[in-house]
Design a protein around this ligand. Structure first.
Ligand SMILES: [Zn+2]
Length: 139
């Protein structure tokens, strides 16, 4: 092969190598861009899920705030609470004061002149400030 033909072949080979390098480089870039695209899609999907969770939690907080009774809405009388806003009650003072739970007192079957808390078992005489706590006879 003459030198000119050899140089032409070498140039053609280099051009082919450069083109191949570009193709390889582009394919690597395209692969990386596809990876990045998939990651962005995952992040977008996770963001949408998190936004939905935030909306769900905000709704739960709103619902709980509506259900929550503050101490300002309670009247304390004869060791029981009564709601000022709707006049409902009586409610257990122990459960509200310790756990912020508004637990309605029930008539205590053996002695109907008493109320009993179904949660903490506190017993409150209906007309007296005397408190029997906790009930010991049946547990
Ligand atoms: Zn209670």
């Amino acid at each position: 092969m003459d030198p000119i033909t050899t140089a032409g072949a070498a140039l053609a080979a280099i051009k082919g190598a450069i083109k191949l390098a570009k193709d390889v480089k582009e394919s690597v870039i395209i692969e990386k861009m596809n990876d990045a695209y998939e990651k962005v899609l995952t992040v977008v999907e996770e963001k949408a899920e998190l936004q939905q969770k935030v909306r769900d939690l905000q709704q739960k907080v709103s619902d709980l705030e509506k259900q929550t009774t503050t101490a300002d809405d309670l009247d304390f009388k004869d060791e029981m609470y009564f709601k000022k806003s709707d006049k409902l009650g009586p409610y257990c003072t122990v459960c509200f004061d310790t756990k912020k739970l508004l637990v309605r007192l029930h008539l205590w079957s053996p002695r109907e002149h008493c109320f009993e808390c179904p949660s903490c078992k506190k017993i409150v005489p209906r007309q007296s400030a005397q408190v029997i706590y906790p009930r010991q006879d049946s547990y």
